[in-house]
Design a protein around this ligand. Structure first.
Ligand code: AMP
Ligand code: ZN
Length: 505
């Protein structure tokens, strides 16, 4: 990077700052999904931005320890601690247990982010696995005098934390005006639940004993407990969507700093929303587009990733099918152009310095608060620049792709689908065209069965499945890292491909 320094916009100070981490590896915490429904492509925009951040840190020589939590309890339908638990509501909607829907939507989330080439975090802590840590944190807050009890839970007293309004620049006067609105037994409108009591016998599927009675944790305490459990404080970077600034992150800061007496986070980065003309995309709204919706429409996941790069992460991005199609086209064009550049050098291969020199405008754009529209423009300029050696241009594109995650070396329309098997194992499907979802599910089931057979040393069954797939033209390759790659040529596993359908019965 030729000594370039990273700069990020820090929400805490409302300014762009030079990035100077305290820890090696850099500690990075990203608020994870509430697993009561599929992630929509708006949620996924935030995870793409966070992935670009992590890949940029890597490209600039930093190791990163990355944590994304799974919220599987306690996130209520209103951020102000009223309404139903989203998980219990989701379970009723699906007619399943809360644990079943948590498991199902966690798996599809992991599958979705894998399909977008989002690197998995080092840890995926689940809120329900960290109840003791949350109880400990609430106990500390109680000992330090920051809590009070109402008939429905233990609350954080925001009056006791004088800098409460600073982070989000909240207007204290306005907040007091809001106090006329019904706020139950809360002392201030900004106070929030740390622990909620179960409403009564048999009303909740998820509940735990605590020193204050049976109940469940508040959503905010989950992130404080899980980030502090795995990352050293102050955490270098904490991310999330911009909607979290006002309540969730403000509350995380208040309770974490009140409990530990130390600063919680150094750099706060927030991604703006993916929006429709009529407003934001929400899990409960009309415009509910998921990765499955994109697949059904034949849009490759990486085309969506490319689309995310058309706006800076701190500006809202307007969704339209036309704009998405244009990003898909532009990705195919970029791959075609790169594919036309020689993969071997006629003379000596370019030096590290030559590559870094040619990529300078690309890295400058990244270092300037992850300016992806500018970085993409810089990459196009490099690969089109006839004055540069053709092989050098290709090497530059390959290196830039470590940050972009667009698989720029693939043929223009070839694509990869990642499926998750019965025991959570990820398998990559390399496909010439899209595999419809029902075929994808059957294929996943067969591959899982083959894995189970191999593990149980039932090689006859494992071979039979491989042969069955082989006869349909599908090749299965076990990788040294334990993953499986499945190659599906053109014409196989398509909607009209009756042969494969029959084969996979
Ligand atoms: P949730 O599963 O609702 O807790 O949200 C997961 C992540 O997606 C959070 O970081 C949210 O801030 C973010 N998010 C929610 N809606 C959108 C949207 N329309 N565009 C971008 N990010 C969003
Ligand atoms: Zn969070």
């Amino acid at each position: 990077m030729l000594g370039k320094k990273l700069h990020f916009y820090n929400t805490a100070h409302r300014s762009k700052e030079r990035f100077e981490p305290l820890h090696d590896p850099v500690s990075l915490y990203c608020c994870g999904p509430t697993v009561y429904n599929y992630a929509h492509i708006g949620n996924l925009r935030t995870y793409v931005f966070e992935d670009v951040l992590k890949r940029t840190l890597n490209a600039f020589g930093y190791n990163v320890k990355h944590v994304i939590n799974i919220t599987d309890v306690g996130h209520l339908t209103s951020d102000e601690d009223t309404g139903e638990d989203k998980m219990e509501k989701g379970a009723k909607r699906e007619g399943k247990s809360v644990w079943d829907i948590a498991e199902h939507f966690t798996r599809t989330f992991i599958q979705d982010i894998a399909s977008l080439n989002i690197l998995p975090p080092d840890r995926w802590p689940k809120a329900t696995d960290h109840i003791p840590q949350m109880i400990e944190l609430v106990k500390k807050l109680e000992e330090r005098g920051f809590t009070y009890t109402t008939s429905d839970g233990i609350y954080f007293d925001t009056e006791k934390f004088p800098s409460y309004t600073a982070f989000a620049g909240l207007d204290a006067e306005n907040l007091r005006a809001g106090e006329r609105v019904d706020m139950g037994e809360k002392r201030s409108v900004t106070d929030f639940a740390l622990w909620k009591f179960s409403p009564g016998e048999g009303k909740r599927q998820m509940e735990w004993e605590s020193p204050w009675g049976r109940g469940f944790p508040g959503w905010h305490i989950e992130c404080s407990a899980m980030s502090l459990a795995y990352l050293p404080q102050p955490i270098d970077i904490h991310c999330g969507g911009a909607d979290h600034i006002r309540v969730h992150h403000t509350n995380e800061i208040a309770q974490s700093e009140a409990a530990t007496g130390k600063p919680f986070v150094r750099y706060w980065l927030h991604g703006e929303f993916l929006v429709f003309e009529k407003g934001k995309m929400a899990k409960s709204g009309d415009h509910f587009i998921t990765m499955a919706t994109l697949r059904q429409k034949g849009v490759a996941p990486l085309a969506y990733r490319m689309f995310c790069y058309t706006a800076h992460y701190r500006t809202p991005l307007s969704f339209s099918w036309e704009a998405l199609a244009s990003s898909a086209q532009s990705l195919a064009n970029l791959r075609r152009l790169i594919g036309s550049l020689p993969s071997q050098s006629k003379a000596s291969p370019p030096t590290t310095l030559q590559v870094a020199g040619a990529l300078d405008p690309f890295y400058t754009a990244l270092a300037d608060d992850l300016n992806m529209p500018r970085a993409m423009a810089a990459l196009w300029d490099i690969v089109r620049d006839d004055t540069l050696d053709a092989h050098l241009r290709r090497v530059c594109a390959e290196q830039a792709d470590n940050v972009l995650g667009l698989e720029l070396g693939r043929p223009p329309t070839e694509t990869v689908q990642t499926v998750v098997g019965a025991e959570g194992e990820a398998m990559r499907l390399e496909c010439a065209t899209y595999v419809p979802i029902d075929l994808c599910n059957r294929l996943t089931a067969l591959l899982s069965e083959r894995r189970r057979a191999r593990r149980e040393k039932d090689y006859a069954t494992a071979d039979r499945i491989r042969q069955k797939l082989g006869a349909a033209g599908i090749t299965v390759k076990d990788q040294p890292d334990g993953s499986t790659t499945v190659s599906i040529p053109a014409g196989v596993c398509t909607d009209s491909d009756r042969e494969t359908l029959i084969f996979m019965e």
